[in-house]
Design a protein around this ligand. Structure first.
Ligand code: NAP
Ligand code: GDD
Length: 361
């Protein structure tokens, strides 16, 4: 049974990836942070009591700022594959706590790479690199575009990107960068713009919110559907040789278009609800991200199925459902049409693994 270690397992991508790995027969180890509130909401449904002899998901406390504990974890688990997804991932927040962003999102990566190298564990390594690294480089951005980062977060990711390349070249590690453009889902954190908008639309429709305050409406992003991206992370680690890949849809839209689309789908005029708050603007903005993912298409055979409009519908419907409201319906139909199989294995995994409440041994 192959063994995987996932940092950031409680995040959007970590939760989808854990489901995928369990469905593919992996023993999955996830690192989680100790918090005074529950931070395992996204993985509670796949949690298993470790006393269960059939348990395949194991959680371990740890933090990316703690090198000794990371080394210990990697040495003890001896994973075949490491998916390093943990990070302070919010760009605006990284301007407010830049030193911490560097420590977690930058140095966290070298702590893991060093642990792999020193322990002699021949684990394959996936680094969650980001399209934010391209910053002001002109679109479309591909693996050969220059990095021109515009935030402490992006600069920390550039450091991690090059450390991953360096450990591949210097020590022969199977170390891979996935350079992912924005990817979203109903599990997206509520302070990222897509989820902030779709959640507000649902709450406004339900009469629970009156206004939505946003920042820059003119920046453009290449937004895709997260479950499709974690599939490609796995594929990258199954290749014969390590390499770096851009993942994105190739379609780009402004925040304004996102707002129009989400409110329009729910039959609302966004002008009645959206106000601008300068506090949400960033000191330096990334204006235009659009992926050229032709290498991933050619080499990995990866091409995403969910379009921007479909993504918005999926997310608005999910947010309506989470409030106990009837979904408008198209989002659910899109998921069924495009992921009949995925939904089957997704519910299969969920039914298989009993949710007894998450705790860590
Ligand atoms: P996310 O939902 O914000 O999840 C981040 C994860 O990192 C959470 O599990 C979080 O734990 C964990 N984490 C944060 N600080 C940590 C620390 N000091 N020690 C240990 N764990 C820590 O992010 P995501 O959207 O799933 O993204 C996954 C990765 O891909 C991130 O590295 C992100 O930067 C990168 N990325 C994301 C996108 C995107 O569009 N989603 C695009 C490109 C790259 P808590 O739950 O305890 O906070
Ligand atoms: N978060 C947020 N909140 N963003 C807003 C708001 C708001 O109220 N109003 C406008 N925006 C704009 C931001 O200025 C940015 O241009 C765009 O919406 C997207 O912001 P986010 O959703 O916060 O995502 P991001 O593009 O900055 O970063 C995400 O994608 C990166 C990949 O390109 C994160 O997931 C990063 O971790 C990831 O690397």
């Amino acid at each position: 049974m192959p063994k995987a270690l996932v940092t950031g397992i409680t995040g959007q991508d970590g939760s989808y990836l854990a489901e995928l790995l369990l469905a593919r027969g992996y023993e999955v180890h996830g690192m989680i942070r100790k918090a005074s509130t529950f931070n395992t909401e996204r993985i509670n449904h796949i949690y298993q009591d470790p006393h269960d002899p059939a348990a395949k998901l194991f959680l371990h406390y740890g933090d990316l700022t703690n090198a000794e504990q990371l080394t210990h974890l990697i040495y003890n688990v001896r994973p075949d594959e490491i998916y390093h997804l943990g990070a302070l991932s919010h760009v605006k927040v990284s301007f407010e706590i830049p030193e911490y962003a560097g420590d977690v999102t930058g140095l966290g990566t070298i702590r893991i790479l060093e642990a792999v190298r020193r322990s002699g564990v021949r684990a394959r390594f996936y680094q969650a690199s980001s399209s934010e690294m391209f910053g002001s480089a002109p679109p479309p951005q591909s693996e050969t575009s220059a990095f021109q980062p515009r935030s402490p977060y992006a600069i920390a990711k550039v450091y991690s990107y090059w450390m991953t390349v360096n450990y591949r070249q210097a020590y022969g590690l199977f170390a891979t960068n996935g350079i992912l453009f924005n990817h979203e889902s109903p599990r997206r954190g509520e302070t990222f713009v897509t989820r902030k908008v779709t959640r507000a639309v649902a709450r406004i429709r339900a009469g629970e919110q009156k206004k939505l305050f946003l920042g820059n409406l003119e920046s453009k992003r290449d937004w895709g559907y997260a479950p499709e991206y974690v599939e490609a992370m796995w594929t990258m680690l199954q290749r014969e040789t390590p390499d770096d890949y851009v993942l994105g849809t190739g379609e780009s839209h402004s925040v304004r278009q996102l707002v129009e689309e989400a409110f329009g789908y729910a039959g609302l005029d966004w002008h009645d609800f959206v106000e601008i708050d300068q506090g949400y603007f960033r000191p330096t903005e990334v204006d235009f991200l659009q992926a050229d993912a032709s290498k991933a298409r050619r080499v990995l055979g990866w091409s995403p199925k969910v379009t921007f409009k479909e993504l918005v519908r999926i997310m608005v419907d999910a947010d309506l459902q989470s409030l106990g409201q009837a979904p408008i319906g198209e989002g659910m139909r899109i998921l069924q049409d495009k992921f009949g199989d995925w939904h089957q294995w997704h519910s299969g995994v969920t039914a298989l693994l009993q949710n007894n409440g998450t705790h860590v041994e």
